[in-house]
Design a protein around this ligand. Sequence first.
Ligand code: GLU
Length: 509
Amino acid sequence: MDHKKVRVRFAPSPTGGLHLGGVRTVLFNYLFAKQHKGDFVLRIEDTDQTRYVPGAEEYINECLRWCGLTPDESPEVGGPFGPYRQSERKPLYRQYAEQLVKAGHAYYAFDTPEELESMRERLKTPENPSPQYNHVVRAKMRNSLTLSDAEVQDLLAKNTPHVIRISMPANEDITFTDLVRGEVTFHTSQVDDKVLLKADGMPTYHLAVVVDDYLMKITHAFRGEEWLPSAPVHLLLWKFLGWEADMPQWAHLPLILKPDGNGKLSKRDGDRLGFPVYAMNWRDPASGDITKGFRERGFLPEAFINMLAMLGWNDGTEQEIFSLEELISKFSLERVHKAGAKFDFEKAKWFNHQYIHHKDNESLAALFQPVLDEKGVTAAPDYVATVAGLVKERCYFVNEIWDHGFFFFQSPDTYDEAAVKPKWNADKDAFFQVWSAQLESLSAAPAADLEAAFKALAAEKNLKMGDVQLPFRIMLTGGKFGPPVFDIVATLGVAETRNRIAKGLAAFQ
Ligand code: GLU
């Protein structure tokens, strides 16, 4: 074991919104870094300028803030290994590509787009519709392997547009140990001669990711399984650049699958099945289309994080609810599954429900305040907190505090009359007249005392508790719902309760 400080990175390309799989990659990186008292780096991989989308980087920063997974080093906060945006590091990549050419592991390729196109046309077959530039094809193309030195020097001197490609060995096994998947082997013949440096001098992802992981002293590289096919290119680059001893340990994290397990969960599945797939709402700047996010759907960040942690990991027990601190201490790559994790929106809602149920009333009230503002309702924070406390166990989302507790903020205008009127009579009416008068002396009484007084009065008047309690509830809320009646009374207060009794009696006549 060496004792290098643990350094991990999340290295997104700023091409759009952040998929929940991306946030889970952030989370596992973060947990591992914190557990080992290491550093969590955010690096923006923006070398593919054709895919750059304005606003995407800001969105990523905001997502990490919302989730509470903030990086120790990033374009925003800086750090000793900056710049952290690859486009700003452009000048430093060419030397490594040239070093590879000198060592015979890469070559200049001068093929024009037309030449590449005609190669594909010429070689394509039904089995192989898009032939690749590989160890066989390169022998027939215009590159520094097929041209004479003099020709190459001449073309370079004339600034002829060219790329630098890796020279994939023709027939080698490349094996590495993945921290999740164990030993993984690729055969080099399956891999094409990837471009490392583009004609405009920008590195491709493959070169930049290796150079930057090296220069930024990354010790562990965790990323989605979709990057596994790129691993052999990266491994060879580490080797060819002479940096093998410093290569990070790899972990390719399992995919997040569609609810039916049939393939990777995509943004389109969310639209189709009616649940969010992105962390936060994302507005495509070109089309203006909005892709819905968990944040705007009403998820608490702590519930979102907990849910993500369980997509592909568990601690070996039945426990499902973990605070971030617990996740930091318990997380282990050995317990990350190899198989993809099916996404289940009902389960995600269950996590949110758990967190809402156990959240303190004051925080819930603060989160609910925007809903009240939108409805033009003003209420004291203490009052809102009490309401939140009474209804939270029924809520999956913060805005449902309104659905389950709207009558705390407005007197009902309509009543479930069918539940009251058929059994309504003069005795009940008289009972409520007396009860309303009695309430005057009960202001500030706790719910239990209110209930005891109500019961005593019902007994005195020879009425069954159920026969008067249901109409009472309906006077207060409008229907057969809500928390315990006397909690409602204690919250509304005696004056408002008496108003509602009067209004209800008028309606039930
Ligand atoms: N830039 C890659 C991405 O967009 C990074 C993959 C990796 O972590 O190596 O996800």
